[in-house]
Structures are given as C-alpha cells and as structure tokens.
Design a protein around this ligand. Sequence first.
Ligand SMILES: [Zn+2]
Length: 301
Amino acid sequence: MNNLPTFTKTRLAPTPSGYLHLGNILSFLITSALARRHQAKILLRIDDLDRSRVKDAFIDDIFETLHFLEIPWDEGPKDTADFKSNFSQVQRMDLYENALKELAEKNACFACVCSRKKIVESGKSKGYPGFCKRLHIPLSRKGCCWRYGTSREKSVPIIIYPDQLVNSDFPVGMKDYVVRKKDGYPAYQLSSVVDDVHFGIDLIVRGVDLWDSTLAQIDLASNLPDCQPFQSAVFFHHQLMKDGEHKMAKSSGSTSIQFLRKNGAKKADIYREISKFLNLPTLATSHDQFIELYNRDASQQ
Ligand SMILES: [Zn+2]
C-alpha cells in the first residue's frame, strides 16, 4: 500500500431514469473504497438531462438507497429538494452550451438529420455511417443533432488505475457520436466531461460497458481547452454484475434495491451479494466492513 497516488475527488453519478439496482451499488461501493484508499472526496452527481425519462421518484430513490446502505458522500445535494434547487444539470446548461459553441467554432461537429431507424438499418455497431458528414447542414437547423467528427486513425491516451498510461484505438462504435441531441440538450458524453472538469474529478470509477465512452470523452476533452484536466483523470472500469445472461438493467426491476427490500432484503444482504460478486475473502455486512475488506484484498489492487 506504499507509494499510492493521491486523488482529490471521485464521484457517484447515477441517472434517475430507473430505480437503483445491485449493479449501481457495486459501482458506488468500489468508488467509496477507492476514495477511502486514496483519501479522495466523493461527489454525488445526479445526471438528469435525459428529460423524458427522469422522474422524481427515481431521484428520491437515490437518496433513500444511499441512506439505507449508509453510503456516505462529501459533496453534492443532500436531498431531492436540494438537488433540484442547486445541483440539477439544467443549471449548468451554459457550461455545456459554451463547450458546444467551441466545438462548432472549430468545425469539430456537423449537423445530422438521420432518423434512428436509418442508422440502425445501416449497421449501428460500426458507428455512424457518415450520411450527413459532407452535407454541410447548418447547425442551426431545427430537429437535427450535432455529431462530433471523429478520426479513425487516432489513438487515445488513457490513464488506467492506479497510474498506467496506455494508448488505445478510438472505438469503432463511437464513430461521429452525438454531442447535442435533437431536443437541443447536450448528450451524455459532453455533459459528463464538462461536469467532471467543473467539479474537479480526477478519479472515475465506472463499468466496463463504458470503456468506449471513456475513450470518446478523453478525445473530446482534448478538443476543449477548458476540459484539459480530464485528460489526466484516472479511470477504473469494473466488471458488471449480470442478471442471468444479461447486463443488469433498470427496466428489469428484479435486481432493484426497492424490489429486494420489498422482498425482505436487509442492508447486510445487499452487502453480502456485492461481496460474493467480488470474491471477497469474507462477506461484508456493512459499508465500513466492505471498505476494509475490499481495500485489504490484494487482488483488487
Ligand atoms: Zn445523418
């Protein structure tokens, strides 16, 4: 445990578009353990820009679940009312719009009027097929989204926890990804980078399913002068808990903490589940015990 790098701040970043499930808790607890290991502060950042899916009940659920599991945080909203008054992403729209304006001024993005159907039919796994890339549709056109023009040849430098710098190929599936949605709101990739820089985050814990997003975000940050600090952030991508064969989803419900509690699960049961998944030598039954076991277990280094 000697010579550990120090980090200033990490974050819990749930999206209130469903009830929190075991997979979210896994991510929160690893974040909490690494924060303790490196004396980093924890910010609670609730991403609420997906306006059509965000519900108050889901925001309430975040606070209720964190309290139920006694997972602490140092900065950010203390409850739903505080979140809505002081921490909603809607209140940081000018930051996102400034970033979008910078990209537009650099000709780093283009307008796209393709329907989702058209893109899916062309084989989405290879990324955007480039239909609108050379059409020079004005960015001011109503109902278009903005795509960030990516370069396939590029490799992206990423710092993997704790301090290993590697270069990774730009992910094919993220080709020309969306930075501003058709509804005019910034897309997740952009708001996430801007927020992490705004709040001074230097350690980011997330699931391996976000690996491609991470690379896209680092590349995006390299094009935004205010977002340079994002390039020196350190990333920890953890394995995902599965619901049978599938990735745990908010829509399935049976792994949501709400559901488990209604069926009699206690705090200790949730901690045992997460401990089992991580193969901890002993099953934790509380937050502090989890942190101690996780940080003691050399295989998690
Ligand atoms: Zn298009």
